[in-house]
Design a protein. Structure first.
Length: 328
């Protein structure tokens, strides 16, 4: 195996931006509807025909789309993947995906300062920007929910033993997709969704469609504030990694405080890796919020500061690493 990297390919910005542009313009959908001539594609997409053709020819050269005749563009197998709603949601520049793409321009600042740089790009910190832009926030909630990530795996406990679980609090659970699946899988369990008011306001439809609305409650609040107490499980699914150490410790402390009356479990799914290997990835989170992934050793340190002791850790059925803690 060669150890030589293709620096030109690694540093190319034309291709990822071209993909996002054609997705935002709905080009693949127009082709799927039988529109293939560049003039008509441009008219339907409300853009300049020559410019669109140049972008499409660049992508054809990269193996995305085909040009069977001059000025005629069609889908190939790779391009058909752009028709999937979850793919489109993650690439559409008119939604939250556009914010996430633009945030990369702050990477240099984040590396130089060790602090999130989203505010230097968009004028507000990430969470404040969502509050100020409801349409972007709604797009982000969809991207983080079933539309963007598919049906969540409700097997969130290391041993999948639910005998002593009657109440689950999903902390930072968005519009409730994960909690809905948990409640569907476990008819004897009730749940509480904790997230910001604008987000939990969209949970009613999720719970109704899952047939669990009678067992689901919401707490519209910041999850850095005191949480509903006395539940058996406090779930942090792909939430802890959104925060730097100070806020992550506060979040775990809130969970520990709420779990203490019933000696409940604090369950972290996503963002923690086994053992002591250096954490990788999450560079976009570094730019957006200062968040990061952590290995198990690092998580144990955070948990101890929050008044928690790790009691179990292992891979769930879907391969996700799960960590359980209880109040010390």
């Amino acid at each position: 195996m060669s150890d030589k990297a293709d620096l030109r390919a690694l540093s190319d910005l034309a291709t990822p931006w071209s993909v996002r542009v054609v997705v935002t313009l709905g080009v693949a959908e127009h082709m799927a509807a039988g529109i293939t001539k560049i003039d008509e594609l441009a008219r339907k997409s409300d853009c300049d025909a020559e410019s669109l053709a140049r972008v499409l020819r660049h992508l054809v050269d990269k193996g995305l789309f085909q040009e069977p005749a001059k000025g005629e563009f069609t889908l190939n197998e790779a391009a058909r993947g752009l028709l999937e709603p979850r793919v489109r949601g993650g690439l559409d520049l008119d939604g939250s995906a556009g914010r996430l793409a633009g945030a990369w321009s702050g990477l240099l600042t984040a590396v130089r300062t060790g602090r999130p740089s989203y505010e230097t790009v968009f004028g507000r910190p990430w969470w404040e920007d969502l509050e100020a832009n409801p349409e972007i926030a709604a797009s982000y909630d969809a991207l983080m929910g079933r539309q963007g990530r598919g049906v969540p795996d409700p097997a969130i406990l290391v041993d999948d033993d639910w005998e002593d679980v009657r109440h689950v609090v999903d902390v930072g659970g968005g519009t409730g997709a994960m909690l809905a699946e948990i409640l569907r899988a476990h008819p004897g369990v009730r749940g509480t969704l904790v997230d910001l008011p604008r987000t939990v306001a969209r949970s009613g439809e999720v719970f109704e469609s899952a047939g669990v609305a009678d067992r689901a409650a919401v707490s519209a609040q910041s999850f850095l504030d005191p949480l509903p107490p006395g539940a058996d499980v406090y779930l942090l699914a792909s939430v802890l990694l959104d925060w730097p150490d100070d806020q992550a410790t506060t979040l775990l402390t809130r969970c520990a405080e709420a779990a203490a009356p019933n000696n409940g479990r604090v369950v972290v799914v996503g963002g923690v890796s086994p053992g002591g290997a250096p954490s990788r990835g999450a560079l976009l989170l570094m730019v957006m919020t200062g968040g990061k992934t952590r290995n198990l050793d690092q998580f144990r340190d955070l948990a101890a500061k929050a008044g928690l002791t790790v009691t179990a850790a292992g891979d769930g059925p879907s391969g996700r690493f799960i960590v359980e803690s209880r109040p010390t």
